[in-house]
Each structure stands twice: as C-alpha cells, then as structure tokens.
Design a protein around this ligand. Structure first.
Ligand code: GLN
Length: 480
C-alpha cells in the first residue's frame, strides 16, 4: 500500500477493495509516528481515527450509504475548530482550549466520512510565514529539514508533502495556504472571498481571509471544494456558488485564453524563481494561451496596506483573549485592569504582540485617517485596477513567492523582510480574487510554485488553468 496517492486515487483503491480504510489509516498513523517527531507537522493526533476507520469499513461492507471521502485522512490547521479536540492556534493562550463545535467545513467533511487525522502546526494565530512563530516549535520542510516549510499553514503543507495525510485545510489571510504549498511542493488554493464558510475558523483578519485546501493534485482541490464550498447561514459573508461542480470540465484547458504576467511580481525575485516563471510562461504558450505583461501600479503599496488592515482587524479580533473567557487562570488579587490585561497578554508570542501593538495604534484617534483609511483606499484602488486588468485578460500569473525556501533563523529578526515575502500573495486577499499555487519546479532540492489568479467567482477557471499547467510537469515526491 502506497501512502503517496491522490484523494481520487484513494477513492478508487477503496472502491476496488485494494485495502481497507483501517489499513490505510493505521499505516498513515505509523508513518506519522515515525517521522513527525522530526518534521513536527502536527500539534495533535486524532486518537479515535482507527475506531472511526473501522466504522467506515463496516458501512462499506454492509453496503450502507457512504460519504464521498470514504475515510480518507485529512489534516486540519489548528485554527479551525474540530469538536471535542484542542484548537490551539499554536498559541499558549489557547493551549488547553477544546472546541465545543465543528467549523462548517469540518461538519461538511465529517458528513462525507472524512477522517480528521490531526491538527497541524502554524505560526501563532496564523501570523507569519515560516511556522517559526508557533509557540510549540516550528515545522520543518521535508524537502530539506534545515529550511522553513513556509507558513502560516506550514504544518498542513508538510503533512501533505510528507504523506502524513491525503490532503489538508489551511487558512489564507495573505498567502498562508499558497506560500507553504509553494515551499513544500503541494497545490494550495485561496478561493474567492466568501466561497468557503469561515464559521469555526478562528479569526485573524476576517474581512480578507479564507479557508483553503492543500492537496497533491489540482483535481483533489476541486474534489474538496465540491464538499466545502457554498453558502452557509452561519457565515453571512458566504456567497451562493450555485452548487458548482469543480471537477466537471477540469480538463477544459486554456487554449485561446489571455494570460497577463504581473510585471511587479516578477521583479526582485530569486533567479531560480525567475527562470521557473519563464519556463511556466513557455508552457502556457504551448497550451495555446496568449501572454502579455500587465502592470498594476497599486501593488507597490499592497504589503503596507495588507499589514495595516490585518493588524487592525487582529487587534480587534484578539481583544477577546483577555484571560477571562480564554487563557490561563491566575488570581485576580493584586491587579487593576491594565496590569491584569498586560499579564494575561504575556501569553502571546512576539509576532502576535507586535501585530496587536500595531493594531492598537493604527486605528487610534488622530491616526486612523493617516493609516487605516489610507490602507482601505489602496485596497479599493487595487481592486479597481485588477478588475480593469480582468477586462483585458482571463488570468493573471506570477511566481507564488518571490524567493526560494530559506533556512531557519535567517529572517526571523527582520519583520519587514518577512512581510515583503508576501508581496506576490496579498493582492488576491486584498481584492478577494481566487488564486492558486501549483508546484512547478524543484531547484537544487527546493520547490518553486507558480501562482494563477482569476476574477471573482472564476474559481473553476483557476483550477482549469492550474490543472493544465500541472500536467506539463512531472515532479518527484519528497524522499523521506
Ligand atoms: N504572512 C502573512 C501574515 O503574517 C500571511 C498570514 C496568513 O495568510 N495567515 O499576515
């Protein structure tokens, strides 16, 4: 039995009775036990997974109605609530928090008989892009364990590429699904804002973030979207996708499509990344697409706008961690309000603290017009610009991340340098557009992903283009 199979292949194997769910889950857990001490993709493992597998096998055997996932093991970023399991956000603040309910995406997956194999590591509260800001220690890149796996959904990407699950769900506020997908050579998709319910995703910056799948193939992303996308009464920012079937016509190809290369996103990139992007352009041309350069002036302000907006929303969203409803228990005696809150907030790590200080300052009296409102104007202008671009082209492409994966410790002391690594990913979040990272090359043992954007609700077009590009590659899996 090979753990390196796609979700769709897994379903075939189960249907053909080549192995049982229990066999697959047992082997996956054994594999996790063997390698995860080193990789640290997981923060917790589902102790009931084998029992759940047995129950699904029983249903299959007795020909009862069985869900579309047929017991496949999925990992879930630890900022998405899974009932009766710890949801820590990789923070000391929530170290012992047990979620009393399932996020809508989890409810949907469970009702299709997915097995949640475990909860994956992240930068604390999804702030960061290396997993170095996890309060419980970083995850390592399985392609080279001296290197960061990307983030913040680093544990999710590691678990998919290191065969510790079939697929994963992460969250993407400014690139947190696409960045680790690129660094670990998996597919990573950030859908149109509102396509997937955020109910049960612990908010960092709720006006721009989305849950998104990390998978081995584009088909698998389409498969998962069919289960988790669509309107949810529990999240009134969700939109009606009219029951779209993302697997249907995935093979449509991109012959005749117009593709814009975002010029700002191809400057200041590592030479290996630049060469991979040129190679991708050649492949797109061979597939029949017409390529042109597109320049988006406002992009130069996108990172500043992104961090201004997200810090402000984080400041507000994280205000609830006041040690009264969540956090550690310590005696109130001897504290007045400010000293109590400041002691409680010591449970936050350095990056979250930085964002909260920024998020308190930016919208404060006398400053809001200078920073927050300006950032919103950039967001609106950038959206107008990208909408205009989509009147000329069908798709926009760029490298997912401007640089190759880097070593632990290399950038952790330079927050602005870290922020700038998000240059190519934040635009999709600020504008609400769908974007995907497709594994495209391995350069000296380090993965490089290509990013494809489309207009609002053209998620299927993104997947079709990604599928076409994916078929031009023949990348090795990681050797573990
Ligand atoms: N690196 C970005 C940040 O720290 C993106 C994080 C994310 O998408 N959750 O905000």
């Amino acid at each position: 039995m090979n753990l390196e199979i796609s979700a769709l292949k897994y379903l075939d194997e189960i249907k053909n009775e080549n192995f049982t769910v229990e066999e697959f889950i047992s082997k996956t857990i054994e594999h996790i036990k063997k390698i995860d001490g080193n990789l640290h993709a997981f923060l917790s493992i589902n102790e009931k997974a084998i029992q759940q597998a047995k129950e699904i096998d029983r249903k299959i055997k007795s020909k009862e109605k069985i869900g579309k996932c047929m017991g496949m093991p999925l990992s879930i970023k630890d900022n998405i609530c899974v009932k009766d399991t710890k949801t820590t956000c990789a923070s000391k603040m929530l170290e012992d928090f047990i979620s009393p309910y399932d996020a809508t995406v989890i409810k949907n997956l469970k009702s299709e008989d997915a097995i949640i194999i475990g909860k994956t590591n992240l930068d604390e509260f999804a702030m960061g892009l290396t997993t170095e800001f996890s309060a419980f220690g970083p995850s390592k890149n399985p392609w080279n364990t001296d290197y960061v796996p990307g983030g913040s959904s680093g544990g999710s990407a590691v678990s998919v590429s290191a065969l510790e699950c079939i697929a994963s769900l992460g969250s993407d506020t400014g690139g947190s699904v696409r960045n680790p997908a690129s660094f670990c050579s998996t597919v990573g998709f950030k859908p149109t804002y509102g396509l997937i319910s955020r109910y049960g995703l612990i908010s960092y910056s709720n006006s721009i973030e989305q849950i998104g799948p990390l998978t081995r193939t584009v088909e698998d992303t389409a498969f998962l979207l069919n289960i988790i996308a669509g309107q949810d009464p529990m999240d009134n920012t969700t939109i009606d996708n009219k029951g779209e079937n993302y697997l249907k016509n995935l093979d449509a190809g991109i012959d005749g499509k117009k593709i814009g290369v975002i010029s700002e996103m191809t400057k200041n990139v590592d030479k290996e990344v630049s060469s991979a992007t040129k190679n991708a352009i050649v492949q797109f041309e061979k597939l029949g697409a017409k390529i042109e350069e597109i320049s988006l002036d406002m992009i130069d302000y996108s990172v500043a706008s992104y961090y201004t907006i997200t810090a402000t929303e984080a400041g507000s969203n994280l205000a609830r961690y006041d040690n009264l409803r969540y956090g550690y228990d310590f005696d109130l005696e001897g504290y007045e309000f400010n000293s109590y809150i400041s002691k409680a907030r010591k449970n936050f790590g350095p990056e979250v603290t930085r964002r909260m200080i920024l998020g308190g300052f930016v919208p404060s009296a006398g400053h809001a017009g200078k920073y927050f409102l300006k950032a919103l104007k950039v967001k609106n202008k950038l959206t107008a610009e990208i909408n205009e671009a989509f009147t000329k082209v069908d798709l926009l492409i760029s490298p997912t991340v401007p640089i190759l994966p880097f070593k632990f410790g290399e950038k952790i002391d330079d927050p602005v340098a870290l922020f700038l690594i998000d240059f190519n990913t934040v635009t999709a979040n600020l504008t609400g557009k769908p974007a995907i990272s497709v594994p495209f090359e391995i350069s000296n043992g380090l993965p490089i992903g290509i990013q494809i954007h489309a207009n609002t609700l053209q998620d299927k077009l993104v997947l079709q283009a990604a599928h076409a590009l994916e078929k031009t590659t023949n990348l090795p899996g990681v050797s573990i």
